[in-house]
Design a protein around this ligand. Structure first.
Ligand code: GSH
Length: 216
């Protein structure tokens, strides 16, 4: 099994997930800034052209961060970050999807269409005039989540899960890239500090994070 790895919030989520499970797997660096992920041979393996991707020993490639984490959770040792039962698994998926569609995607595209425009304009359709609106949509969902986190330690219930790792990786990266967490969102801020205090949070940063100032 091999992880195609780079700087960035999505690969960082998988690295944090692996650390939480106590797993160490081989990794191959792909030059994201140089666009290596957008051309063959990488796109022969992952036509989505993004990172991370997981290649199994039989050559099967799994992409999409949450699909990779779910696969690792189901097949590898270590504490489950999905569930203790089918209800919890469904709740983790439900919350992860809400975070993905409502927060991660608009935040990411908000970044790609503004601060990240120089990198992304030749890689995908960019809509600079949509950037502010997308960032505002993500903020609306963070306000909503802040209310729901009152009296709650974690997003998908009373247990730390894949959803927490996912949102933490996103918020940490984008806070350092033009989308800081509003300090008035006190429940979200406390949750962010709680997850950030886990040893896996700092240890999952890419070696290039320090030099670039990026939190990915
Ligand atoms: N939906 C994808 C998003 C992956 C993604 O956006 N990856 C970023 C790194 S954090 C990337 O590959 N960016 C470079 C590019 O899109 O060319 C997932 O869940 O894995």
């Amino acid at each position: 099994m091999k992880l195609y790895n780079s700087l960035g919030p999505n690969p960082r989520m998988v690295r944090m997930f692996l650390l939480e499970k106590g797993l160490d797997i081989a990794a191959e660096e792909v030059d994201l800034m140089g666009g290596e992920n957008r051309r063959p041979p990488y796109t022969d393996k992952n036509p989505g052209g993004q990172l991370p991707a997981l290649e199994l020993d039989d050559g099967t490639v799994i992409a999409e961060t949450t699909a990779i984490c779910e696969y690792l959770d189901a097949t590898q040792a270590g504490p489950s970050l999905m569930c203790a039962n089918e209800v919890e698994r469904a709740q983790t998926r439900m919350w992860t999807r809400r975070v993905d569609l409502g927060i991660a995607e608009p935040m990411s595209n908000g970044f790609r269409f503004s601060e990240g425009l120089a990198i992304f304009q030749d890689r995908m359709r960019c809509i600079p005039e949509a950037a502010d609106g997308l960032k505002a949509c993500a903020k609306d969902k963070l306000v909503w989540l802040d209310g729901l986190l009152a009296g709650r330690d974690y997003i998908a219930g009373d247990r730390f899960s894949m959803t927490d790792i996912f949102l933490y990786s996103m918020l940490d990266f984008f806070a350092a890239a033009g989308q800081p967490i509003d300090p008035e969102l006190s429940n979200l801020t406390a949750w962010f500090a709680r997850v950030g205090a886990r040893p896996s949070a700092e240890s999952s940063l890419h070696p290039a994070a320090g030099a670039t100032g990026m939190r990915g």
